[in-house]
Design a protein around this ligand. Structure first.
Ligand SMILES: [Zn+2]
Length: 202
């Protein structure tokens, strides 16, 4: 009967060891999952039930992306260039308040809007523009497209920020066809660390 006793003991040990391994494996798996899905903040871009809408930045349905966000030979491009004719209506993409309406050498006439959802958007190379301080809804006319500042042809230069961190507009909008917003919720951070050196503000 000594054999049976030992046998039981060994089985118990094996079971115990197995549970031990399973427990730690589970912990490791949980850790891996956290690394893959980093905790961040989630922005609700729009909410149709709450009448918080979104809009493309202009009426024209299909436009050419004449220069994407990011590095190019002349420097770092902090926005996206969308080929438009001169004088096309430029629209606020979400509800918000016009924070800046001004002129500088790079952007020409430009507007910055602080949106209720926490984002900021910048629209540059404009012709006419509305004044700062006014409240706007998504889809509301804020300016007309133009060719002011450092610009070699009429286009809209469009930037998106969150807490002063630059973001790629193509994370939020799909400009490849009829312009659509990518999703109701966007998980951040997806921030761009601006490289030291030249910024192409056009
Ligand atoms: Zn540009």
């Amino acid at each position: 009967m000594i054999f049976t006793k030992n046998f039981n003991y060994i089985i118990k040990q094996i079971l115990f060891f197995g549970l031990f391994i399973l427990f730690f494996d589970f912990k490791i798996q949980a850790q891996k999952k956290e690394e893959i899905e980093p905790t961040g903040y989630v922005i609700e871009l729009y909410n149709l039930e709450d009448k918080k809408f979104w809009s493309p930045p202009f009426i024209t349905e299909r436009v050419l992306v004449s220069s994407p966000f990011g590095w190019r030979s002349s420097g770092y491009h902090p926005g996206i260039d969308l080929a438009l004719k001169r004088g096309e209506p430029i629209l606020s993409v979400f509800d918000g308040v016009i924070k800046t309406s001004a002129y500088n050498a790079g952007y020409g006439n430009y507007i910055v809007i602080t949106h209720d959802n926490g984002l900021e958007t910048l629209y540059a190379h404009l012709d006419a523009r509305v004044r700062a301080g006014s409240r706007v809804r998504a889809g509301q006319l804020i300016a007309l497209s133009g060719n002011t500042g450092w610009s070699t042809g009429a286009h809209l230069h469009f930037e998106i920020y969150y807490q002063n961190k630059l973001l790629n507009p193509e994370w939020f909008f799909d400009f490849s066809g009829k312009i659509t917003v990518r999703s109701q919720f966007i998980r951040l951070p997806m921030q761009i660390i601006l490289p030291k050196g030249k910024l192409d503000r056009w």
